[in-house]
Design a protein around this ligand. Structure first.
Ligand SMILES: [Zn+2]
Length: 162
C-alpha cells in the first residue's frame, strides 16, 4: 500500500496496522485529525502540548511524548519527570487562566505505535468531584487567542527556566 493510501483509513485501522496516525497526520498537514496549529501550546524535542479537539471540559489538554513509547513504563525516567514537571505547571495555569477548581490527570496507552500521553481534565466549580470527571461528555474545542497566547508565553518562559 502506498503511504498516501493510508490516509483513507481511520485512526483505529492505522493503529491496528502498526502505523502511527499522529505522525501520519503531522506529515500530511492534518489529513487525518485536521490542522491542530490552533491547539498547539508547546513543542520541543521531547514533548508536545495540545488542547484536545473534543474536550471533556474547557482547557482539557494533552502532553505527548514526541518519540514513540507505549506508555510511561517504557519511557525514560528523565522524560517521565519532564512530563510531570510540565503537568504540574499546567495544572496551575489551568486554574489561573481557565478558572477551574482542580485538574485530573490520566495517562493513555492506545496502540503499538503510540505517543505516550498524559491528559489533564479540569473540574470546574459546581461539578461533582470524583472519577466521573474522566468520562465527562466530549464537546468541541473553541479557539480563544487570549487563552492560547497566555499558555504559550507562560510555557515558553517555564521551559527556559527548567
Ligand atoms: Zn507517531
Amino acid at each position: 500500500m502506498e503511504e498516501k493510501d493510508l490516509l483513507k483509513l481511520s485512526a483505529k485501522e492505522l493503529t491496528d496496522l502498526g502505523v502511527c496516525p499522529t505522525c501520519l497526520n503531522r506529515k500530511y498537514n492534518g489529513a487525518i485529525f485536521g490542522d491542530d496549529t490552533d491547539k498547539r501550546l508547546y513543542l520541543d524535542d521531547d514533548i508536545e502540548i495540545l488542547f484536545v479537539a473534543k474536550p471533556r471540559a474547557v482547557g482539557h489538554l494533552c502532553i505527548l511524548s514526541v518519540p514513540h513509547y507505549h506508555d510511561m513504563s517504557e519511557a525514560p525516567d528523565e522524560l517521565n519527570a519532564k512530563i510531570m514537571r510540565f503537568a504540574k505547571v499546567l495544572m496551575r495555569l489551568l486554574c489561573e487562566i481557565c478558572g477551574c477548581e482542580r485538574v485530573y490527570l490520566c495517562t493513555m496507552c492506545d496502540g503499538p505505535a503510540n505517543h505516550y500521553h498524559v491528559q489533564l481534565i479540569p473540574r470546574y466549580k459546581g461539578e461533582e468531584r470524583g472519577s466521573r470527571n474522566f468520562v465527562k461528555p466530549r464537546g468541541e474545542y473553541v479557539y480563544d487567542p487570549r487563552v492560547v497566547g497566555e499558555f504559550r508565553s507562560k510555557l515558553e518562559a517555564f521551559s527556559k527556566g527548567e
